[in-house]
Design a protein around this ligand. Structure first.
Ligand code: 5GP
Length: 116
C-alpha cells in the first residue's frame, strides 16, 4: 500500500507543534484555525490521513459521519445557537491548501453567501 504524505496536521495530532485543541477522541481532533475567518473558526480533522474528501474510501463512511457529529458537538460547546457553517475545501479549485481532510466550522457572525 502506498504511503500517504503527511502534513502539518499530523504534527498537530502528535503534539509536535502547538495548536489550540478544543476536542479530541480516538478518531478525530479539532483545533482553532491559525488564521480565523470568523470569530469561531475551528478545523475538525480525522486522525487517519485522508488527503481530501474525493480520495476517501468506501470504508471511511462511518468516519466521515463521525466528523459531522463532532462538528455538531463543538458547535454546541461554542454556543453557536444562531447558526454556523461547515466547509470542506477539496482540491485546487476548492481552495484546499492542506492535504489532510478537514472540516471548517465557522460561526460567531453572519456569513455571506455565495462564498468567493
Ligand atoms: P484549506 O485552505 O486547506 O481548506 O484550509 C487549511 C486551513 O488550515 C487554513 O484555514 C489555515 O489557516 C489553517 N492552517 C494552516 N496551517 C495551520 C497550522 O499550523 N495551525 C492551525 N491551527 N491552522 C493552520
Amino acid at each position: 500500500m502506498s504511503q500517504v504524505p503527511e502534513t502539518i496536521f499530523s504534527k498537530i495530532i502528535r503534539r509536535e507543534i502547538p495548536a489550540d485543541i478544543v476536542y479530541e477522541d480516538e478518531l478525530a481532533i479539532a483545533f482553532r484555525d491559525i488564521s480565523p475567518q470568523a470569530p469561531i473558526h475551528i478545523l475538525v480533522i480525522p486522525k487517519k490521513v485522508i488527503p481530501r474528501l474525493s480520495e476517501s474510501a468506501a470504508d471511511d463512511q462511518a468516519l466521515l459521519g463521525h466528523l459531522l457529529k463532532v462538528v455538531q458537538q463543538i458547535a454546541a460547546q461554542e454556543k453557536l445557537d444562531k447558526g454556523f457553517r461547515v466547509v470542506i475545501n477539496n482540491g485546487e479549485d476548492g481552495g484546499q491548501t492542506v492535504d489532510h481532510l478537514h472540516l471548517h466550522l465557522l460561526g460567531g457572525r453572519s456569513l455571506g453567501w455565495p462564498p468567493g
